[in-house]
Design a protein around this ligand. Structure first.
Ligand SMILES: Nc1ncnc2c1ncn2[C@@H]1O[C@H](COP(=O)(O)OP(=O)(O)O)[C@@H](O)[C@H]1O
Ligand SMILES: [Mg+2]
Length: 146
């Protein structure tokens, strides 16, 4: 499992965060829901960018804060990048079709998973926290609530 291999690393700069994303791309397969935990600016979207670049996605990778989801075709099949920051309730998530992306057998990388944690099962959790000017990454299999 990739989770233990990544756990505890210090990420000195953006390139290191991109590399974690690239590593994740080498080690997971669909279906897989990944919870990306961390404050605004922690590097969640950067990690997703590293993931997608490693799979050959060359176009713009923008944060789906307003759209809820951006989907990409990759060699691992569809990859859905969700940002639940603005999700107000599970009803809101359902009304926007969110459940489709986390139950379709694809890979879903989900920022602000706490918004939907009561209703969605995650295969792994990656958390980014500040460590000086860089970041520290912790991760484990399963939901953040165990
Ligand atoms: N390991 C790191 N050390 C220092 N800065 C980083 C690191 N990883 C990412 N960054 C920077 O921090 C910011 C993170 O932004 P973003 O990935 O959009 O965060 P989030 O999606 O968590 O809100 C970017 O400016 C990025 O260049
Ligand atoms: Mg983001």
């Amino acid at each position: 499992m990739p989770w233990a291999a990544i756990d505890g690393a210090t990420l000195a700069d953006e390139a290191a965060t991109l590399a974690v994303g690239a590593r994740l791309a080498r080690e997971i397969k669909a279906p897989c829901n990944v919870a990306l935990v961390g404050d605004l600016g922690a590097g969640k979207t950067t990690l997703v960018r590293g993931f997608l670049r490693a799979l050959g996605v060359n176009g713009p990778i923008k944060s789906p804060t307003y759209a809820l989801v951006e989907s990409y075709d990759t060699p691992l099949g569809p990859v859905h990048h969700l940002d639940c920051y603005r999700i107000e309730s599970l009803e809101d998530f359902e009304a926007r079709g969110g459940f489709d992306y986390v139950t379709s057998g694809a890979i879903a990388l989900v920022e602000w998973p706490d918004r939907i944690a009561d209703a969605v099962r995650f295969d792994g959790t990656i958390e980014l926290t500040w460590a000086g000017d860089g970041r520290r990454v912790t991760c484990h299999a399963g939901d953040r609530h165990g």
